[in-house]
Design a protein around this ligand. Structure first.
Ligand code: WT7
Length: 665
């Protein structure tokens, strides 16, 4: 259980004992990027750097300016026209990549499918025609609520082909969370599947979709892929609203020219949690986004023409968008898509896939690596992992123990590790080693990508010195940057661009060491990172307060050795109501509250611990003292309690924690 073993506490010791891993000589000699001067050249003229890269895209009309306007409202490659599906699929069909595998799909059942670029092209064109036949026009939004199936990739690219921004909602989100996003983005069509396989069970996606759509009037039609073979129609929806994917695709023509899109047309909206209850629809546009993800993908993952590349992220998160789909396919890579979980049917599933497909580059999250650590080195030891050349990490700071385990037991001591820092809002990787050039230090994301500007600032906006902590900001526009929050540009400006003039506030704390290496310290706001997924404390508090028995709730992220953070909820109950009276909750109510949050937001948001309290610890001005709650949840000596309105509150909470032993619940 928690020991107060936070990253911040340990960083000083860490910085002193850090080992440095130089790129292995053989790797460095063959690396795509070998010239360290690329950093200086890019810094001297960022626009020229990006323009040079942009020559690698296929344009329908050349752009006039690399960068126009001023932050935050910039336009990249202004005046240009291109299509993302054309760049990710069609152009590869005109040369030797025509019969190359674009997607290697592994179903949870073990079934596999190889989809070549040419096959993908035909599927995408068909799906684009299906969407058109459902009334989707350029600029209309399309919701996608699917599992890890090739059709999800086809659906996203079909949207890009006709210029309809997609908004993908992770399949683990609840009906209510889906509805909120469909309504906010005003989606006209929703694409889903009858069910998804997960650990041998079926997740009822269509049932959730049907219930979401009933409260989302803008959705006119629902396109349903039959994945599990259940009757495709949901009883809850009028039959005329539902369209069978297989049927519609069989009838559709493969003739569908790519829509010429403006560089700044919206490619997609992706929702992410902020510090309020309302998720933010992050808007990414066409040319800059595609260029940013393709360039970083090629450079950071050292992509070779015959590589098999596997990023394990779900398509529902930004990592899935940028580094399962758009970056790799724009580069003509072979990208692996796996439907299931790492422990099904056995805990060696990933390693079996690496062996079977000969995976060369493997990119995953620290929480997954820590889960593998817990399962033990015998799982990867049974498989032949010699095809692996490079490993990546993303989603949260990677602890040095996990880094070393990854290096040794997965990388066999020979693979460089790229720890990549970025966000939904940045669209592309921002802080990372270039694996052929930059020596790595376990636990550090190293340095900004060429032409990316990053600084750590204090409260007054001055750079902190080496070793000191502060706010991580990005100092220069980059092509894949978010352009706005859908429907709320004011929030976009206030949230990201107002704290320090002309600079982007990341919301992360960081330190820079004497060598200029960045060490990420986690969020500085009320945003949690649970298993690499961003969750807002406020959203979970709102879900709890929505329960009939709850009067007030405070949620914090506490240290967790596997998930990074776990969710601890402090709850006061109504004097009257079901399940408990005046602060005396039962175990049954705890279970009920967890389930309630799972239903409201999704299983990922279920609290790990629930503490009942007659009163929340507040300052005299009524502010909840989150630091104290964190101390309690992590079993630490209590910090300063002198500003508390009622010190007795904390004492009773602490006793509850101690009684519960292993962390309340
Ligand atoms: C937040 C962004 C970017 C894709 C996945 C998450 C944390 C992400 C790292 C890293 C330290 C990291 C940050 C960031 N984060 N990668 N390599 N080292 N922290 O996307 O949901 O938008 O979350 O994840 O706190 O702000 P996201």
């Amino acid at each position: 259980m928690a020991t107060g073993d936070s990253r911040e506490d340990r960083l000083d010791a860490l910085l002193e004992e850090t080992r440095v891993f130089a790129p292995p000589a053989a790797f460095a000699a063959a690396a795509n990027v070998r010239d360290p001067e690329v950093y200086e050249r890019a810094a001297a003229d960022p626009a020229a750097f990006w323009a040079e890269q942009a020559a690698g895209l296929r344009w329908m009309r050349p752009y006039t300016d690399v960068l126009a306007g001023a932050v935050p409202h910039v336009r990249w490659f202004a005046g240009g026209r291109l299509n993302v599906a054309d760049n990710c699929v069609d152009r590869h069909c005109e040369g030797p990549r025509r019969n190359k595998a674009a997607l290697l799909w592994v179903a949870e059942s073990g079934e596999t499918r190889t989809i070549t670029y040419q096959q993908l092209q035909r599927e995408v064109a068909r799906c684009a025609n299906v969407l058109r036949s459902l009334g989707v026009r350029r600029g209309d939004r399309v919701g996608i609520y699917m599992g890890m199936v090739p059709e999800a990739v086809v659906a996203m690219l079909a949207c890009a082909r006709i210029g309809a921004p997609h908004t993908v909602v992770f399949g683990g989100f609840s009906a209510e969370a889906l509805r909120e996003r469909l309504v906010d983005a005003q989606c006209k069509v929703l694409i889903t599947q009858d069910g998804a396989y997960r650990r041998g069970n079926v997740v009822a996606l269509l049932q959730n979709a049907a219930s979401a759509v009933r409260g989302a009037p803008p959705v006119e039609r629902v396109l349903v892929l039959r994945r599990i073979g259940a009757p495709a129609l949901a009883a809850e929806l009028p039959a005329g609203m539902q369209v069978d994917w297989q049927q519609a695709m069989a009838d559709a023509s493969t003739d569908c020219p790519c829509e010429p899109m403006d560089s700044e047309d919206v490619l997609y909206i992706l929702y992410t949690s902020g510090t309020t209850g309302k998720p933010k629809g992050i808007v990414h546009t066409t040319a800059g986004y595609l260029l940013g993800v393709a360039t970083t993908h090629r450079w950071i993952f050292d992509l070779k023409e015959d590589d098999v590349y596997w990023c394990t992220a779900d398509i529902g998160w930004v990592t899935g968008h940028s580094y399962v789909l758009y970056g790799p396919l724009c580069n003509g890579a072979t990208t692996v898509l796996y439907e299931g979980t790492p422990d099904y049917p056995g805990r060696d599933r990933h390693w079996r896939i690496v062996e079977e497909l000969g995976v060369n580059v493997y990119y995953t999250a620290p929480t997954t690596i820590r889960t593998f650590m817990r399962w033990g080195p015998q799982e990867p030891a049974h498989a032949d992992l010699s095809s692996l050349r490079l490993l990546g990490s993303v989603g949260e700071p990677i602890n040095p123990e996990a880094w070393m385990w990854y290096h040794e037991h997965i990388g066999g001591g020979r693979c460089p590790i790229v720890d990549t820092w970025w966000q939904t809002e940045t669209g592309m990787i921002m802080i990372t080693p270039l694996p052929g050039i930059v020596p790595t230090k376990p636990g550090s994301a190293t340095r900004p990508f060429p032409a990316v500007g990053a600084e750590v600032l204090d409260e007054r906006g001055l750079p902190v010195g080496p070793g000191a902590g502060g706010n991580l900001v990005l100092t220069q526009p980059w092509p894949a940057m978010a352009r706005t929050i859908f429907g709320d540009d004011e929030r976009f400006v206030r949230q990201y661009w107002s704290r320090y003039s002309g600079k982007y506030l990341t919301g992360d704390g960081a330190r820079v060491d004497a060598d200029g290496y960045f060490w990420l310290l986690g969020r500085v706001d009320d945003v949690m990172n649970v298993s690499g997924h961003r969750l807002s404390t406020y959203e979970i508090e709102s879900a709890l307060v929505d329960h009939a028995s709850v009067a007030e709730a405070a949620v914090i992220g506490r240290f967790d050795a596997v998930k990074g953070q776990a969710i601890a909820a402090f709850v006061t109950l109504k004097e009257t109501g079901s399940g408990g009276v005046g602060g005396a909750g039962t175990d049954g109510l705890k279970a009920d509250l967890k389930q309630h949050v799972g239903r409201k937001i999704g299983p990922i948001a279920r609290p790990d611990d629930i503490f009942f309290t007659a009163e929340l610890p507040k300052t005299r001005s009524g502010k909840i003292m989150r630091r104290l709650l964190r101390d309690i949840a992590e079993g630490r000596a209590l910090g300063d309690t002198t500003t508390l309105a009622d010190p007795a509150v904390v004492q009773s909470l602490k006793e509850q924690y101690e009684e519960a032993g292993e962390g309340a619940d």
